[in-house]
Design a protein around this ligand. Structure first.
Ligand code: GDP
Length: 294
């Protein structure tokens, strides 16, 4: 399905999120553990406002564990509550209700003091397409409860799903657009599979990913594609090399770069390449600094 985030769609998505936001006590903000900043919607802070929020780092099974740890520390430093989860195996998911209860403890205690009967905590899931919203809803609900449909235009009746004794969850997640106007961010999103449509040429995405791996995960690059660190320097050349070594050839003996790019991107998105993260907190500090000097 092609998602085109035209200004009209963005306005509609934003309105729908604002509507949902009014109904809930707590927001579960889903970010891809491999690229938490790049998978963040730029409007998120304004949309959530003062409402309690739990940041969930998703797909931790695909991410580099050391990088996930660094991101948890970084988000904690920023004063955000954060929990790494893996919705395919359920790792971390069981802690979500308890974490929500802790976040709402004071509010609910104050209500109780006023004689207002405690009710279930109402939560919504919020995130960009493909971050794992439906998978997590189904995992929490222990059934196939999530309504599918990535487009913000899909509206169906909303229902609450009961999770344990204390929590209920909106069955339709809030969908926000990624900020792929920045080249680096766009490449990371495309490499992770968050953007599947061809906004960026796949060869560019694959070259970027190989270059990145040469810098940060040289051992995995060697293991998977037989390219030793320092052997080939540039992403586009590495892609050619991968094509040659993996038999992605055209008739005339030329490397089929398109096929090679598909192979590399598929192996990254599926995690076959190994557990990698596509950005670290440091990258953002560096990028922030360099743009500040421009
Ligand atoms: P949504 O668009 O945010 O609702 O995302 P989905 O729940 O549909 O998930 C998008 C893709 O990511 C699907 O192919 C899921 O199977 C996959 N996915 C979701 N959560 C996880 C996870 O924790 N680990 C892995 N490896 N894949 C996941």
């Amino acid at each position: 399905m092609v998602i085109q985030w035209f200004p009209g769609h963005m306005a509609k998505a934003k309105r729908q999120v604002e509507e949902k936001m009014k109904m809930v006590d707590v927001v579960l903000e889903l970010l891809d553990a491999r690229l938490p900043m790049s998978s963040r919607n730029p409007l998120i802070d304004r949309l959530v406002g003062k409402k309690p929020r739990l940041v969930l780092l998703t797909k931790t099974d695909l991410a580099d564990p050391a990088a996930t740890e660094a991101w948890v520390s970084q988000f904690n430093r920023l004063g955000l509550n954060v929990l790494p989860v893996d919705a395919t195996t359920g790792k971390g998911v069981a802690q979500i209700p308890k974490r929500c209860e802790t976040l709402l403890e004071e509010k609910f205690a104050a209500l109780a003091r006023k004689g207002i009967r405690t009710r279930r905590i109402r939560a919504m899931i919020l995130g960009i397409p493909n971050v794992g919203k439906s998978t997590l809803i189904n995992r929490l609900a222990k059934r196939n409860a999530a309504q599918t449909g990535d487009r913000p235009g899909v509206t169906k009746g909303q229902q609450w799903i009961r999770i344990g004794n204390a929590l209920e969850l909106l069955d339709t997640p809030g969908i926000l657009w990624p900020k792929f106007e920045d080249q680096q961010v766009g490449l990371r999103l495309a490499a992770s599979g968050a953007i599947r449509e061809e906004i960026l040429p796949l060869e560019e995405v694959a070259a970027f990913a190989l270059q990145y791996m040469a810098n940060r995960y040289p051992d995995l690059l060697k293991e998977r594609y037989g390219i030793a660190s320092g052997e080939v320097q540039e992403g586009a050349r590495m892609l050619e090399e991968v094509g040659r070594r993996r038999g992605c050839m055209r008739k005339g003996g030329e490397v089929d770069l398109e096929k090679a790019a598909e192979l590399v991107v598929h192996e990254i998105r599926s995690g076959r390449i190994g557990r990698i993260s596509l950005e670290l907190p440091d990258d953002w500090q560096k990028e922030g600094e360099s743009s500040a000097h421009e």
